[in-house]
Design a protein around this ligand. Structure first.
Ligand code: NAD
Length: 279
């Protein structure tokens, strides 16, 4: 799509009540894009919407649980009615579980993290992307994965999270193949540390996945990662770097330099294993 003509285009951003989603919404608004901001947290969403609208665009707030397939399907029709044409889709909502071995993760936590991080993105691809295809003017889809999609961080024990983000990378690669020759660009956003409330993800865990935890234990467990993220990149910087990557036609949008040596080491191990194929 023509990124010099962003003014007046319509975007859907999930997980837009705070953190990276709000950073994306503010970035889009600074470039004149109208935004539907969808999030499970209606209270945070209301003030986030005001902030985005104050940047001079049409901003709509809609409560949506991206893991609810029927709700996403219904929301798609409503979002199209609000925006007219949808050119940009950001499947960004995501949650984190960390600080534990795999054996310590409960059934409902497994269900929750895959429902939001993987099926939430699948639901957005199935129901929001057709809105871009419908007008044949082209557009762009960005799925938020994470650097965790390429590494399992030993220090923060993010195994379940990384498993979901690896799935998002693969799903986005598949979408890029499907969208070839449609005029719709596809990118996967892979940030490292960003200063958001992701370590408190369970504040918005739906009742069907166990609800928010009451225990102080979970707070203590996430303290280490929270401290690391507090000095992370701002969500608006992530938004601007993402937009630059989209303009450049990048599929992988990395926002941080720091993980590069780790990835070189990992891919080195993978390639070295090929040297031993057949003995
Ligand atoms: N913060 C980081 O360091 C970092 C790094 C890499 C990737 N990410 C990814 O960025 C995305 C945004 O996370 P963030 O860091 O801004 O966290 P955040 O918790 O600050 O924001 C996430 C938003 O998603 C919403 N949300 C949670 N469950 C939802 C659901 N079921 N349906 C709709 N909305 C829901 C929350 O209410 C919240 O507003 C996630 O996909 C996350 O995995 C974050």
């Amino acid at each position: 799509m023509d990124f010099s003509q962003l003014k007046g285009k319509g975007a859907i951003v999930t997980g837009a009540a705070g953190g990276i989603g709000l950073g994306i919404a503010r970035t889009l608004a600074r470039h004149g894009v109208d935004v539907v901001m969808a999030d499970i947290d209606a209270t945070a969403l209301a003030s986030a919407r005001k902030e985005v609208a104050a940047l001079g665009v049409r901003a709509f707030a809609r409560r949506l649980d991206v893991s609810d397939r029927d709700a996403v399907s219904q929301a798609a029709a409503e979002f199209k009615a609000l925006l007219g044409k949808v050119h940009l889709v950001f499947n960004n909502a995501g949650v984190e579980i960390g600080g534990r071995s795999l054996a310590e993760v409960s059934d409902s936590e497994w269900d929750w993290i895959f429902a939001v991080n993987v099926f939430g993105v699948i639901n957005g691809m199935r129901h929001f992307v057709p809105l871009i295809r419908a007008h044949a003017e082209g557009g762009h889809v960005v799925n938020t994965a994470s650097i965790g999609g390429f590494q399992v961080n030993r220090e923060y024990r993010l195994g379940p999270y990384s498993a979901t983000k690896a799935a998002v990378v693969a799903l986005t690669e598949a979408l890029a193949q499907d969208m070839e020759d449609t005029g719709i660009g596809v990118s996967v956003l892979c940030p490292a540390a960003v200063n958001t409330r992701i370590t408190e993800s369970d504040r918005n865990r739906p009742a069907r996945f166990g609800g928010p935890p009451a225990d102080a234990e979970s707070k203590a467990r996430r303290e280490k990662l929270r401290a690391a993220l507090a000095s992370g990149m701002t969500p608006d910087e992530v938004g601007e770097r993402m937009l630059r990557g989209m303009r450049n036609g990048d599929f992988y949008i990395f926002t941080h330099d720091e993980p590069k040596p780790w990835l070189e080491q990992r891919f080195g191990r993978i390639l070295a294993a090929f040297d031993r194929v057949g003995g």
